[in-house]
Design a protein. Structure first.
Length: 573
């Protein structure tokens, strides 16, 4: 696609008073990832046309991209007030209200956008995803059918990350990802092809993410990267951090292991050029369609080999991604046809883990609002997955367990807005005392791990199950019960159990899930024996052996780099 900015700048050189051209330039700068230039153009437009809703809306987007969310909300409220029937402005306002913590107001803005254009599937998808987050299950089936139907007909570039929460097949997820990738490809001009690797020395590995800090991506990768730097002379890791330094201990550890390139706030072109200038041989996208990443950078092809790994649990559907790094459980042969990438499998679980994470002493159960004493006083089932994974089927399955284990409680992570109240209302409608749902506010990671030790059994969700949360639970000794599904996102907890040697905790039906959870909840000796087995396997199975993981990762990198050197990277299927 041609970059419209040079022509717009020339137009404005000749007619600097053209407010509409300044708005168009602001939009083009935002599409290129340059929020500062976008803001400057929008302010010029507003100086010429005060209160113009399109200029205000784009100013809000620019402020949001720079992390100034409250300023962005003010700008977008002004835009929405000036153009109340503009669905796009309502969506942008909703996005910003999410960031300012105004969860219910965000839901209202998404609902207004959808009401203004009810046949537009992207607006239905935004409303559906946010209602899932708020555990507001009104019209869930109708909205989900609209979204899945639009993907099937190729009608809209729905966000693939949100689509993972739908009961779609792996084939549907591939279609969704391809539609989104096609929209990105239309906006981006690739860099000239990277020259083939001819220099001797280590393979330069790049990892691109907005999660290099106190974030699940940082938490999962830090120990492996430390081991990689210490034990693999043939691999030279470089982190390209889209997020600014958050001052966390994890960021300090990351900075001490590989080289960190701070590319936060830079345009897509500048980030891609930074990767190219570093002569990266194999580039891992550690965000994918997960939000907050830069798929546009990958679409520019800054590295000769590009890999989908870790943060986005599905196929990229993108022609600019050559490989996906997985394992044999999470991505069995039967799923390969629904991945656009070539599959490279590790001999262990694809998900690394921080084996240096401290686990402070647990507080008392009473301090956490749980039944006093130990499991004899009331079994503590938990599910600390994000609220958008708590769909009616998964919640009803957990409530069925509570109904059969007297005195038990379900411990959940507190959700945004009225999510907790809605879940309690749902429990009451199912005949379960709402007080048996206990909510934990979000905690610093160490405090969260301390509390997690108090849980007796983790009850997973589907079709999007526990990933980092499952790893955390197993690390502190809490067994995870899961029902592996037919997509990557539905098999991650199962992969952790499988590579731990606890396949018995992977069940094949909701009935088996309920029966297993009830049996363990009624039998303290059996639950204690399971926890003892987990403690033994945590140390002996290799799941948490990051030195071995680093060696396997390095082998996979060499394999991918060698394939590229022979000109055999695959065109997407």
């Amino acid at each position: 696609m041609n970059d419209p900015r040079p022509a717009l700048r020339e137009r404005l050189r000749l007619r600097p008073g053209d407010a509409h051209a300044w708005i168009l330039l602001g939009d083009a700068e935002l599409e290129a990832g340059d929020a500062r230039a976008g803001e400057a153009a929008c302010r010029r437009a507003l100086a010429l046309a005060p209160g113009h809703p399109e200029a205000l809306a784009r100013l809000g987007r620019a402020q949001s991209l720079q992390g100034r969310h409250h300023e962005a909300a003010d700008s977008l409220r002004g835009a929405a007030g000036a153009a109340p029937r503009h669905p796009g402005i309502q969506v942008w306002l909703a996005h910003v209200l999410e960031d300012t913590g105004e969860a219910e107001a965000a839901a209202d803005a998404y609902a207004r956008a959808h009401a203004l254009a009810p046949e537009e599937p992207m607006l239905a998808a935004y409303l559906l995803a946010w209602r899932r987050k708020l555990c507001d299950w009104r019209e869930l089936d109708r909205l989900a059918a609209q979204v899945r139907g639009a993907v099937a007909r190729g009608r809209a570039a729905i966000e693939p990350f949100a689509f993972l929460s739908e009961d779609g097949s792996a084939a549907e997820q591939l279609q969704c990802a391809r539609l989104r990738a096609a929209a990105i490809a239309h906006q981006v001009r690739p860099l000239p092809p990277a020259p083939p690797r001819t220099r001797p020395g280590p393979i330069r590995v790049g990892l691109l993410s907005n999660g290099f800090g106190a974030h699940p991506t940082g938490l999962l990768t830090v120990a492996m990267l430390e081991a990689l730097r210490a034990g693999e002379d043939g691999i030279d890791p470089h982190l390209f951090a889209l997020n600014p330094d958050d001052g966390s201990a994890i960021r300090r550890r990351l900075a001490a292991a590989p080289r960190v390139h701070d590319v936060a706030g830079r345009s897509h072109q500048a980030v891609a050029q930074c990767i190219r200038d570093a002569s990266i041989d194999v580039l891992f996208d550690l965000r994918g369609w997960g939000g907050g990443g830069m798929p546009e950078v990958l679409a520019m092809r800054p590295a000769p080999v590009q890999v989908n790994w870790l943060a986005y649990p599905g196929t990229s559907g993108a022609p600019w991604i050559d490989f996906v790094l997985a394992d044999g459980f999470v991505l069995p042969a039967a799923l390969e046809a629904h991945f656009s990438e070539r599959v490279v499998r590790l001999p262990r679980c694809f998900q690394p883990s921080d084996t240096r994470r401290a686990v402070p002493p647990a507080p008392s159960r009473e301090d956490c609002g749980l039944p006093g004493g130990d499991a004899q006083a009331g079994v503590v089932y938990c599910c600390f997955n994000n609220s958008y994974k708590l769909n009616p089927t998964s919640v009803d399955r957990a409530l069925a367990v509570l109904a059969q284990v007297p005195g038990s409680v379900l411990w959940l992570l507190s959700g945004p807005g009225r999510a907790d109240a809605r879940l309690r209302e749902h429990a009451q409608a199912r005949g379960i005392d709402p007080a048996r749902l206990v909510f934990m506010p979000k905690q610093p990671h160490a405090d969260y791990l301390a509390r997690l030790q108090l849980a007796d059994l983790f009850l997973d969700t589907g079709p999007y199950n526990a990933h980092t949360t499952a790893s955390d639970a197993l690390w502190v000794g809490c067994p995870v019960l899961t029902r592996p599904g037919a997509t990557f996102a539905a098999r991650v907890a199962g992969s952790l159990n499988h590579h731990l040697g606890l396949d018995a905790m992977n069940v094949d039906s909701d009935t088996a899930f309920i029966d297993t959870a009830v049996r363990l909840g009624r039998d303290p000796q059996a639950l204690a024996a399971l926890r003892a087995e987990l403690a033994h396997r945590r140390d002996s199975s290799g799941l948490f052996d990051m030195d071995a993981f680093a060696a396997d990762f390095a082998t996979a990198v060499r394999r991918m780099a060698a394939t590229a050197e022979h000109g055999a990277t695959a065109a997407p299927r």
